[in-house]
Design a protein around this ligand. Sequence first.
Ligand code: ZN
Length: 411
Amino acid sequence: MRRGQFDSFKELLGRLAEESPFYKNKFQTSGININDIKSFDDIRHLPFTTKEELRDAYPLGLQAVPDEKVVRIHSSSGTTGKPVIIPYTENDVKDWAVMMARCFELAGVTPRDRVQITPGYGLWTAGIGFQAGVERVGAMAVPMGPGNTEKQLQMMVDLKTTVFVATSSYALLIAEEVAKRGIRSQIHLKKGVFGSERWGEKMRGRIKNELGIEIYDIYGLTEIYGPGISIDCGYHSGLHYWDDYLYFEVIDPVTGEPVKDGEYGELVITTLKKEGAPLLRYRTRDLTRIIPGECACGSSYPRHDIIMGRTDDMIKVKGVNIYPGQIDELLRDINGASSEYQVVINHINGKDVMTLRVEKDHNSSGNDIRERIVDQFKKKVGIHIEAEVIDIGELPRSEKKSKRVLDYRYQ
Ligand code: ZN
């Protein structure tokens, strides 16, 4: 354990009990006395914080400092219901920039780099967080924001951008555009920093090959600063996270109990230093695992695995839990199948019917791929599915997070 980590934690508990109306109330209703917490083992006696509670605290119920200390707010995209608003103090903004700068440094970004930032600016945390990190490293930020592919490519060529920051689906769209226009030789990219979405090795491979870059996976969420709380190093064997700022736990999403070391479960995060809206045991709904042992790069920061999916993406078909990450993994091993897929689930004559629609490379035989998918799915996941193989480019591409599961069972 990192030195000073438990002291930061005790200090956080003190602040929550004294200054946060949200947690004061929570501790009272669950009969918590923070003086009973003697080590990190005791953390399991403390209550979780959920996204629903954050929504219910709308607009500023999470704020744990006086108004004069708040310098900014950000908000989660909130597809349903009320958004979550997170207030930041000057220290929070600085700490986030420090973490983001560490991410870029771990990815080998230097002051000589030019970094094209395509995630959104504004209420959403992504763009401005990347920018602060780039500036802290001393590189040149090219603050594009999302969309306008034409302009993105023009700037990429004319400014000789060396680092591209994007969601993985947008990076794929750009990679395909570069290939289509035959402008690969005019592109100076060396690295891509992609995140915010679960994505398979094949998709990664295609972007890597088509743009000729090394790819780094970055993770984060608005409730906890924003992107930049972890990234993979040059060994690409898990994402290092900043345990001087954050305490990570992995739990069984159904029982809430901690999983064994190295097992997959739901990531739960406690912010050790956050002031504006500190969070205790926040359930991220992201599925991952802690990677035991040290990384070959020698960094002392611990690692978690790539995000396998979300607890709410978990689909139950014929009584079996299926994670999108499992489908990625399965398709990775099937020659000729691309990384793009769509899941369609229907309920026909009293039975669940799952159809996996997969794109294939131009030269491959659709029949062979279909048979292998059905066969492998039965072997690895344990249920019979239908497979439909279509040509590459037929499934929708999006500048936003792709929607891959269409569940028509309960409509
Ligand atoms: Zn490493």
